[in-house]
Design a protein around this ligand. Structure first.
Ligand SMILES: *Cc1c(COP(=O)(O)O)cnc(C)c1O
Length: 389
């Protein structure tokens, strides 16, 4: 008999009833150190007092109004994002995959309005993940996500990750945009080196095509800068955001330059919930924290400590851990044994980690993680690895 919840997830037998900072408390009282953050969502940890205050204050005043009216919280969040990024304009969504939908629509509409309606193709890369909507799965293109779901949204060109020559060759008069994650998350914490991102930008400039970055997972301070692409010093045309931007409240955004967004006039896109007062009140508190405190410094320092400790664990357990990848607090450990077995052993050590492709486990702690908690995490990973060797 089918369960009352559609069985699309394979779930661990864990039930959390409370969150406090970097900790998740399970129903029997066990305290788990959270190095998953709901997959890079709880950027400020659990029950951050400023987020709780922002949400409860808004909840007492107004939960929802339609985008038929002005929403001051939305205006404020858009202004904050524009002030702190490359963007001139922002559209709010509720999730990463909705941000993908709009990014694709925006790129195509841009060319349509420029008098080149044949420019519809968007180049994407193997191992990418852009969410589970029809556009999202067509963009990523992997069989695992697309098989059985009928005709896919056409117009995506899939290339091997890291193959710059193939990328150069794939650009035609039908290309609208290149879509890339600066750091692949689901794909196994695969970093696009700065010089490659710069090369992609250069290629886009040469051909006048748009650069869309999927920063749903790697953005919002995860790498130690507000957006990951800032490390490469490049300016994208469109950026997809979600996950960390709401700190746990469902919220997403598409940020764009005035030029890239030029086709999106009144009536061309919309959302009932996107940018609603509750989500935006929380989003403002998240963005204010990320941009006005020394949190980015914390990300860099804790990342250094974590990496150093992880190198030690690789030396100590070479059969279990093989390589550290990633940057900031978006780190991956390539495993020598099955990654799911490592995630399970970590649960037994009362620590949350998240599997990814390429036999990697992801370490995505809250950006507020302390030095002491990093040391505790390393001790728990050590314990888990000892149980596996
Ligand atoms: C999670 C994720 C998405 C999809 O976000 P949802 O909110 O699950 O729709 C898209 N792109 C990347 C890079 C992601 O990590």
């Amino acid at each position: 008999m089918i369960p009352s919840i559609l069985p699309t997830y394979s779930r661990a037998p864990l039930e959390f009833v409370k969150g406090e900072g970097s900790w998740l408390i399970e129903k029997e009282g066990r305290r788990f150190l959270d190095f998953g953050s709901g997959i890079a969502v709880n950027a400020l940890g659990h029950a951050h007092p400023k987020l709780v205050a922002a949400l409860t204050e808004q909840a007492q005043n107004l939960w929802h109004v339609s985008n038929l009216y002005n929403i001051p919280q939305q205006q404020r969040l858009a202004d904050l994002l524009v002030e702190n990024s490359f963007a001139d304009t922002v559209f709010f969504t509720n999730s990463g995959t909705e941000s993908c939908e709009l990014a694709v629509k925006m790129a195509r509409k841009y060319w349509y309005d420029k008098g080149a309606p044949e420019r519809v193709e968007i180049i994407t890369f193997s191992g990418s993940f852009h969410g589970r909507s029809s556009a999202g799965i067509a963009a990523a293109g992997s069989e695992k996500m697309t098989k059985g779901f009928g005709p896919l949204l056409p117009g995506f060109v899939h290339l091997d990750f890291g193959d710059h020559e193939a990328l150069t060759a794939a650009i035609t008069e039908k290309t609208a945009a290149i879509l890339i994650e600066p750091v692949q998350g689901e794909g196994g914490i695969r970093l696009v080196p700065d010089h490659c991102l710069q090369g992609v930008r250069k290629l886009c400039d040469e051909h006048g095509i748009l650069l869309i970055l999927d920063e749903v997972q790697c953005g919002m301070g995860r790498t130690g800068k507000f957006f990951a692409h800032e490390w490469a010093g490049i300016t994208p045309d469109i950026v997809m955001s979600a996950k960390g931007i709401g700190g746990g409240f469902p919220l997403g955004a598409v940020l764009a330059t005035e030029n890239a967004a030029s086709g999106m006039t009144a009536g061309t896109h919309g959302s009932t919930y996107g940018g609603n007062p509750l989500g935006c009140a929380v989003g403002c508190a998240v963005v204010e924290e990320l941009t006005s405190t020394d949190l980015m410094q914390n990300v860099s320092e804790r990342s250094g400590e974590l990496r150093q400790g992880l190198e030690g664990l690789i030396a100590k357990h070479p059969d279990v851990f093989q390589e550290v990848r990633g940057t900031g607090l978006m780190l991956g450990l390539k495993c020598g044994v099955e990654n799911l077995a490592v995630v399970k052993a970590n649960y037994e050590a009362e620590m949350i980690t998240v599997p990814a492709a390429d036999n990697v486990i992801r370490l995505l702690p809250p950006l507020t993680i302390t030095s002491q908690e990093v040391q505790e995490a390393l001790a728990r990973l050590d314990q888990a690895a000892s149980s596996l060797s």
